[in-house]
Design a binder for this molecule. Structure first.
Ligand SMILES: NC(=O)C1=CN([C@@H]2O[C@H](COP(=O)(O)OP(=O)(O)OC[C@H]3O[C@@H](n4cnc5c(N)ncnc54)[C@H](OP(=O)(O)O)[C@@H]3O)[C@@H](O)[C@H]2O)C=CC1
Ligand SMILES: N[C@@H](CC(=O)OP(=O)(O)O)C(=O)O
Length: 361
C-alpha cells in the first residue's frame, strides 16, 4: 500500500480516556494519518492535553500532542479532518457522532451506540472489512453527500470472531458457540471498577456484555445482502451463549470457546492449521497497522496468558491455544486479545486504513 501524498488529518474524540490514549499512541507516528484535533468533555476542553489526561500507558505521551489544546466535541475544530476516531463514553457518543456525520465527517467509533444500526457497518478489520461498502448505502439512505459512521465491535466479541472466522473460512458455517470470558479491568475505562470490588476477586457480571457478544457476532460473521442489508448469519443460523466475568488483570481479555460445526467435524490438527493459515484483507492490502500474523497459535499447554502474550504483534493479533476436542460440542480452545488495542483503538485505525486503501476517505 502506498502512503497518501499528504498525511490525512485526523481527530480523536474521547482523547483523554483509556481508548483515546491508545489512539494517540498509534496515531502519533502513523505513516498516513496526522493528529489534528483532540476532543473530550467540558471538564477537559481548553486545557493542554498533557494536563487534561491521566496518561496510563507505559509509553510516554508523544511530544507532538502534549501542548495541543483539548476541544469540546463539536464539529467545527474537526472540520478539516478526513477521519474522526471516537473513544467516547457511550452516554454521549450517540448525539456527538451523529452531529459529526451530519457535518460531513467520517466517524470511526468504538462506542456501542450504532453497532446495531442497519445502515452502519460493524467492522472487525481482521474479519469483515468488506462491510465498508455499506457506507455508500448509509449516505444514500440518509441523503448525505459526505460523512458516515463505521463502528468496531465490543472487545470480547472481537476476541472470538477472529478465530471463529478462521474456522468458517476453513470448514464452513458454525452451528453453535459457547463462550466464557475473563475480562481485564481496563475494559471498564478509567477509573473503572473499584479496587475494593476487583482485587483478589472475580465479578461474574458485566452489564450488557453477554447480549453484545451474542448479537454482534452474527452481524460480523454474516454477509451483506444485494440490497445492502446485513444478513446476520441468517443463511446458517448460529446459536451463541456467552458468560462474562471481570478478573483482576490490567489488560487482555481471555475467552474459553467451544464450537460445533454444521458440517463434518475437523480434527484438532486441521483446526490448528486453519488458525495458522488464516490471512486477512488488511494483511493482503499491507495496511500499516495490520499484524503480520492475525492469529498466533501457542503450543504450550498454559498459554496464551494476558501478561505474557498481550503484546504480540503490538497488540494487533488474537492469540489462540489449548485447541482440543470438546466432550459436548465438537472442539474447544482459548483465545486472548488486547482489549484496548485490537479490541478498540487498533481495530478502528485499521478500519480507517482499509477505508483509505479502498477509496472511502
Ligand atoms: N476500554 C476498552 O477496552 C474498550 C472501550 N470501548 C468503548 O470505547 C469508549 C471509550 O471507552 P474508555 O476509553 O474505556 O472510557 P474512558 O472512561 O476511559 O474515557 C471516556 C472518554 O469520553 C470522554 N467523555 C466523557 N463524557 C463526555 C462528554 N460529556 N462529552 C465529551 N466527552 C466525554 C472523556 O473525557 P474526559 O476525560 O474529559 O472526561 C474520555 O475522554 C466507550 O464507548 C467504551 O464502551 C470499546 C471497546 C473496548
Ligand atoms: N464492556 C467491555 C468494554 C466496552 O466498553 O465494551 P463496549 O464498547 O461494547 O461498550 C468491557 O468491560 O471489557
Amino acid at each position: 500500500m502506498a502512503p497518501p501524498q499528504a498525511p490525512i488529518k485526523v481527530g480523536v474524540l474521547g482523547a483523554t480516556g483509556t481508548v483515546g490514549q491508545r489512539f494517540i499512541e498509534l496515531l502519533a507516528t502513523h505513516p498516513y494519518f496526522e493528529i489534528h484535533a483532540l476532543g473530550a468533555s467540558a471538564r477537559s476542553a481548553g486545557k493542554k492535553y498533557v494536563d487534561a489526561t491521566k496518561w496510563k500507558l507505559v509509553s510516554q505521551i508523544p511530544e507532538s500532542v502534549k501542548g495541543m489544546i483539548v476541544q469540546e466535541c463539536k464539529p467545527e475544530p474537526f472540520a478539516e479532518c478526513g477521519v474522526v476516531f471516537s473513544g467516547l463514553d457511550h452516554d454521549v457518543a450517540g448525539d456527538i457522532e451523529v452531529a459529526f456525520r451530519a457535518a460531513g465527517l467520517n466517524v470511526f467509533s468504538n462506542a456501542k451506540n450504532y453497532r446495531r444500526d442497519p445502515l452502519v457497518p460493524l467492522m472487525v478489520p481482521l474479519v469483515n472489512p468488506d462491510h465498508i461498502s455499506v457506507v455508500r448505502h448509509q449516505q444514500q439512505e440518509l441523503k448525505l453527500s459526505k460523512g458516515y459512521i463505521v463502528c468496531n465491535a465490543n472487545c470480547s466479541t472481537t476476541a472470538i470472531v477472529v478465530p471463529l472466522k478462521a474456522l468458517e473460512v476453513a470448514f464452513g458455517p458454525l452451528k453453535t458457540v459457547m463462550v466464557t470470558t475473563l475480562q481485564a479491568i481496563s475494559g471498564a475505562g478509567y477509573p473503572g471498577v473499584s479496587s475494593l470490588d476487583i482485587l483478589g476477586n472475580v465479578v461474574p457480571y458485566i452489564g450488557g456484555e453477554e447480549e453484545k457478544i451474542e448479537w454482534e457476532t452474527k452481524k460480523i460473521l454474516g454477509g451483506v445482502n444485494p440490497d445492502n442489508s446485513f444478513d446476520l448469519h441468517a443463511s446458517a443460523p448460529l446459536k451463541i451463549s456467552a458468560n462474562c466475568n471481570r478478573v483482576p488483570v490490567i489488560d487482555g481479555h481471555l475467552a474459553c470457546v467451544s464450537v460445533e460445526f454444521s458440517g463434518k467435524k475437523p480434527s484438532v490438527a486441521e483446526i490448528e492449521k486453519a488458525f495458522t493459515d488464516f490471512v486477512t484483507e488488511p494483511q493482503t492490502l499491507g495496511t500499516p497497522s495490520a499484524p503480520k500474523r492475525a492469529i498466533v497459535l501457542h503450543d504450550a499447554p498454559d498459554r496464551p496468558q494476558p501478561r505474557l502474550d498481550c503484546d504480540l504483534e503490538k497488540g494487533a493479533c488474537v492469540s489462540v491455544g489449548r485447541v482440543r476436542e470438546c466432550g459436548v460440542l465438537d472442539a474447544k480452545f482459548v483465545c486472548l486479545l488486547d482489549n484496548v488495542r485490537l479490541g478498540a483503538a487498533t481495530s478502528s485505525v485499521i478500519n480507517a486504513e482499509v477505508a483509505a486503501e479502498k477509496g472511502y476517505l
